[in-house]
Design a protein around this ligand. Structure first.
Ligand SMILES: *Cc1c(COP(=O)(O)O)cnc(C)c1O
Length: 373
């Protein structure tokens, strides 16, 4: 059994993907070919915003969004420590300071009350500029409260929707829930390409134009006029072609992920297992990048993982160490106990196989193994 079975998906779409990739190869527009603009238009309409700027990865989406706002040294950007490293790394990449804010114990997402506290506790010498909230495991963060707090503090809100592309909050899609939305098309994300890729969503044409310039070395009106510092941040035409094919099946795949998640939750609850299932607030849907459970303690988690592994069922721990305790962020001077919710989650969390091609029999097999023998 695979944790994320990309080959099962490929078996279904291979003819269409191969034709689309071959077409790019034959036409020769490997950089910024027509598929890129076509994809951007489709993604913008899917998310419900006027502008989509595709880019080379989810990390570049975050870096470019910060660059476009002029975030840099002496600026503070608030973000949770319980996330993939790229979120905080992007802040450090532009020379700004990541200021960690603990997460909520049930949603695993940024705690809006802790954000208010962190803003008022910010040390002198740091300018509060932005917050990057993360839609962890596919569930949108609480943007109603985060956006309100940020507005009061004069912060821009960036949505890290790398795991939540396709999710909804009310009538809006992930990627459209804050000032700027960033997503990733890394192969294992809900919508993945066959390499690295990402995209940025915005309601503002001038901001989109700035991102397009940053994406090509700060290009001005002429190819060899450079009006600002930028990066090589383009999405390959081949990846755009792959994504155009995959986008056609994406709604159905989201439904299939929802079915898998519902099956897990229903059966875990029916069996009365001592595991905390993901909780999705009313009016919100998850893109189910991961299905993550909390065991009662770290030892119990390790027993469950070992039992599944022995039976050939892969699990993952997202994330075994919160970012404030990672060596890369040691310069921030944090210690164990600084973000207790994130640390507790790191000790107890684990994720089950999750992808749209998981069968009912796989789920039954996994469930039987979750029961203590
Ligand atoms: C995957 C991920 C990213 C980075 O995306 P890449 O395309 O791998 O650069 C950023 N944030 C979160 C929360 C992610 O899961």
């Amino acid at each position: 059994m695979q944790f994320v079975d990309l080959k099962a998906q490929y078996r279904v779409i291979h003819e269409e993907v191969e034709a689309a990739v071959l077409k790019v190869m034959r036409e020769g527009q490997y950089i910024m070919g027509p598929e890129v603009a076509e994809l951007e238009a489709e993604l913008a309409s899917f998310v419900g915003l006027p502008h989509c700027v595709s880019c080379a990865s989810g990390t570049d989406a975050l870096v470019m969004s910060l660059m476009a706002q002029g975030v840099g040294p002496d600026d503070a950007v608030f973000t949770p420590p319980f996330t993939f490293v790229a979120t905080a790394e992007a802040i450090a990449t532009v020379g700004a300071t990541p200021v960690f804010v603990d997460v909520e114990p049930r949603s695993f997402n940024l705690d809006p009350a802790a954000l208010d506290q962190a803003v008022s506790d910010l040390p002198d010498g740091l300018q509060p500029r932005a917050v990057i909230a993360v839609d962890l495991f596919g569930l949108p963060a609480d943007y109603a409260r985060i956006n309100a707090s940020a507005a009061a503090a004069g912060l821009t809100v960036i949505e890290d929707a790398a795991q939540s592309f396709g999710a909804r909050s009310g009538n809006a899609r992930a990627g459209a829930l804050a000032d700027v939305g960033c997503t990733s098309f890394f192969p294992a994300k809900p919508l993945g390409c066959y390499g690295d890729g990402g995209a940025i969503f915005t309601a503002h044409g001038d901001f989109a134009a700035l991102l397009r310039s940053i994406r090509v070395h700060g290009q001005g009106s002429h190819k060899y006029e450079n009006v600002r510092i930028g990066i090589t941040g383009r999405l390959d035409t081949v990846q755009a072609a792959v994504l155009l094919v995959k986008l056609k099946r994406f709604e159905r795949e989201l439904e299939d992920r929802q079915w898998v998640a519902d099956s897990y939750t229903r059966r875990i609850r029916e069996a009365g297992l001592p595991l905390e299932c993901p909780q999705i607030p009313d009016g919100t849907t998850s893109a189910w990048a991961q299905y993550s459970l909390l065991a009662s303690d770290s030892a119990e988690r390790d027993r469950i993982i070992a039992r599944l592994k022995d039976a050939g069922v892969p699990t993952m721990i997202y994330y075994p160490k919160p970012l404030h305790l990672q060596p890369a962020f040691a310069y921030l001077g944090h210690k164990p106990g600084d973000f207790p919710v994130s640390e507790d989650l790191s000790n107890r969390i684990f994720s089950l196989p999750m992808h749209p091609y998981l069968e009912g029999t796989d789920i039954q097999h996994i469930l039987a193994l979750l029961k203590p023998s």
